[in-house]
Design a protein around this ligand. Structure first.
Ligand code: PHE
Length: 509
C-alpha cells in the first residue's frame, strides 16, 4: 500500500472511531508501514499516536482445529457417548475419521476418566457429559488473542497448540489539525509562488530539525595518510625540512652509486629492483634548475674513483665502474636516493662560516622493490626517512635521537643490533618490544653515512650525517590492527575500511 493511500485510510478510520488501535484497524499491514503513515500525519499535527508493544497469542493449526471441532479427547468421548454398546478401536477411527485424533484423544480421555473399557475390550463412555476446557481455551484465544492465565498459556504453548508473537501497534487519535484530506504542503518558496501571490495562502511544510543529514560519501583519507600526517608533525616539531620526493624513477647513480652501493651488489639485481625499459638510460646527473651551479661532472668522477680505485683514505671496491650501469633508470628502491641528492646540494651551501650548515631533512613517500607479494610484503610501500647533518656527530648521539624520535611515536625501550648497509658505517637495526606480539620487532634501519659517500659530494670531513629509515606500513598496520598488508594497500582494499577508519593519534609518551 502506498504511504499516501494508507495515511488517507487512517484519517477515514479515525473519523469513524477515535482513538483506534492500528492492529485492529489495519491488521494486515506491517507495523513499520503503519508507523511511516502515522509519522507523516503526526508531523502535520493531524494525528497523535502512542506505540503499544504487546504479546499476542495465536493458535497453531492444531489449536485452530480444536477451536472448531473440539479437543481430541472430547471428540473421542462424544463418539462413544452415542454408541451404547461401545466401539472397537477400528470403529472409533471410522466414526471420527482421523487416526491421530483417536490415538491422542483416547489416551487423554482415559486419563480424565471420561471413558473406560468394556469386558470384551471395547471403548465406552464413562460419564453422562464432560466439559471441553481445551476447546473453550482455544476459542478464548481465537477471539481475544490472549489468555488471562499466564501459566496455562505457557502450558498450551508447550503442547504446541498456541504460539505467541510480539505485536507493535499504535493507539491513534485525532490531532489538532485533523481533516479527511492531507493538505498540499509546499516544501519550498518558489519564484512562481511569489509572482502569483499564492504564497499567501500556501501551507508550508515545517522544518524537520530531527532529520538526519544524508550521508555525503565524501572523500576519506587513507589510514596510511593519517599516520603519515602524524609522523610529519613529529618531524616538523623536531626542526626537519621535508624533501621533495616527487619522482618515482631515479638513475642508478642516485639510487645506488652515490650511496656507495657497488654495481655488483645483489640489491641492484633485476630480482630485487625494477628497471625501466623505455627509456633505459638517464642523462648524466645534472642541475635541475639554473641556480644550481654544482659541478656534477666532478662529483660523477669522484663517485667513479671512490668505487673503482678508492679515495678519501678508502681503498674502494676495486672493480671497473661502469657509467652505463650508473645511468640505468630504476624505480627507486628507497628514498635514500633523494637524501643523497639533498646532501649533495647541502655540500654546495655555505653557512656564515663558509661551510655547509647543519641540516635536518625527512621524507615519507613510496618506494618499489621486486618482491614476491605476501601478507607482509608488497612490491611497493612507503618509506619514512630522516637525515641529520651536523659537525662532530657521534653514534651515541644517533641513539639518543632515536629514543626521542621513536618515543614521540609511542615506541620506547629501543634495542640496537649491528647491521650492514653499503652506505652507512656503523649501521644499526632498531628493534622495539611489541607487547601484542610478545617479541622484539624490527622497526627501522639506521647508520652514519660513510665518508666514501659524503666526501665524494664535497661535504667537509668533520660533518657527520645520521640516516634512518622505516616503513610507513608497519606502524599503520599495528595501529589499525591489520595483519595482511593487502587489506591496507592495493586493489583488494575495502573502500568502506577507508571511509570508516578514524584518524589515529600516536600514543605519545
Ligand atoms: N635506505 C634504508 C632502507 O632502505 C634505510 C636507511 C636510510 C638506512 C638511511 C640508513 C640510513 O632500509
Amino acid at each position: 500500500t502506498p504511504a499516501g493511500d494508507l495515511a488517507t485510510q487512517v484519517l477515514h478510520a479515525l473519523d469513524k472511531n477515535s482513538p483506534l488501535l492500528s492492529s485492529e484497524a489495519f491488521p494486515a499491514i506491517p507495523s513499520t508501514e503503519v508507523k511511516g503513515a502515522l509519522d507523516r500525519l503526526a508531523s502535520r499535527d493531524m494525528v497523535k499516536y502512542e506505540t503499544i508493544d504487546r504479546e499476542e497469542a495465536i493458535l497453531e493449526p492444531e489449536g485452530e482445529q480444536i477451536a472448531a471441532n473440539g479437543s481430541h479427547e472430547a471428540r473421542v468421548f462424544e463418539a462413544l457417548r452415542s454408541a451404547v454398546e461401545g466401539l472397537t478401536i477400528q470403529e472409533l477411527e471410522k466414526t471420527i475419521g482421523d487416526k491421530n485424533v483417536v490415538k491422542i484423544g483416547q489416551g487423554r480421555a482415559f486419563r480424565e476418566k471420561w471413558i473406560s473399557k468394556t469386558q470384551d475390550g471395547k471403548f465406552k463412555a464413562a460419564k453422562e457429559s464432560i466439559k471441553d476446557v481445551t476447546k473453550e481455551q482455544m476459542q478464548t484465544i481465537q477471539s481475544t488473542k490472549s489468555y488471562p492465565d499466564a501459566k496455562m498459556l505457557a502450558d498450551l504453548k508447550k503442547r504446541k497448540l498456541v504460539r505467541t508473537q510480539k505485536i507493535i501497534s499504535f493507539k491513534v487519535q485525532k490531532g489538532d489539525k485533523f481533516a479527511l484530506k492531507i493538505p498540499e504542503v509546499a516544501t519550498d518558496l518558489t519564484a512562481d509562488m511569489i509572482a502569483s501571490g499564492s504564497w499567501k495562502t500556501a501551507t508550508f511544510k515545517g522544518y524537520n530539525f530531527k532529520a538526519l543529514g544524508a550521508d555525503q560519501q565524501s572523500g576519506a583519507l587513507h589510514p596510511l595518510n593519517k599516520v603519515r600526517s602524524e609522523l610529519r608533525q613529529i618531524f616538523f616539531e623536531m626542526g626537519f625540512q621535508e624533501m621533495a620526493t616527487d619522482k618515482f624513477v631515479e638513475s642508478g647513480f642516485w639510487n645506488f652509486d652515490s650511496l656507495f652501493v657497488p654495481q655488483q651488489h645483489p640489491a641492484r639485481d633485476m630480482q630485487d629492483t625494477f628497471y625501466v625499459s623505455d627509456p633505459k638510460l638517464a642523462d648524466m646527473p645534472r642541475a635541475e634548475d639554473p641556480s644550481d651551479k654544482a659541478d656534477y661532472q666532478a662529483y660523477w668522477d669522484n663517485v667513479k674513483a671512490v668505487h673503482q680505485d678508492g679515495k678519501y683514505g678508502s681503498i674502494g671496491y676495486r672493480y671497473p665502474w661502469s657509467g652505463e650501469e650508473s645511468k640505468k633508470l630504476v624505480l627507486r628502491t628507497h628514498t635514500t636516493a633523494i637524501s643523497a641528492n639533498m646532501l649533495y646540494k647541502l655540500a654546495q651551501q655555505k653557512g656564515p662560516d663558509g661551510r655547509p650548515p647543519p641540516a635536518r631533512y625527512f621524507s615519507i613517500d613510496r618506494v618499489f622493490r621486486n618482491e614476491t607479494v605476501d601478507a607482509t610484503h608488497l612490491a611497493e610501500f612507503h618509506q619514512v626517512e630522516g637525515v641529520i647533518a651536523d659537525y662532530d656527530l657521534t653514534l651515541g648521539g644517533l641513539m639518543e635521537f632515536m629514543d626521542i624520535f621513536f618515543g614521540k611515536m609511542g615506541i620506547t625501550d629501543l634495542k640496537y643490533k649491528c647491521a650492514y648497509n653499503p652506505y652507512t658505517e656503523p649501521s644499526m637495526e632498531i628493534f622495539s618490544y611489541h607487547k601484542g606480539l610478545g617479541k622484539l620487532v624490527e622497526i627501522g634501519n639506521s647508520g652514519m653515512f660513510r665518508a666514501e659517500m659524503l666526501e665524494s659530494m664535497g661535504l667537509p670531513k668533520d660533518m657527520r650525517v645520521f640516516g634512518w629509515g622505516l616503513s610507513l606500513e608497519r606502524p599503520t598496520m599495528i595501529k589499525y590492527g591489520i595483519s595482511n598488508i593487502r587489506e591496507l594497500l592495493g586493489h583488494k582494499v575495502d573502500l568502506n575500511f577507508m571511509r570508516n577508519s578514524p584518524a589515529v593519534r600516536l600514543d605519545k609518551a
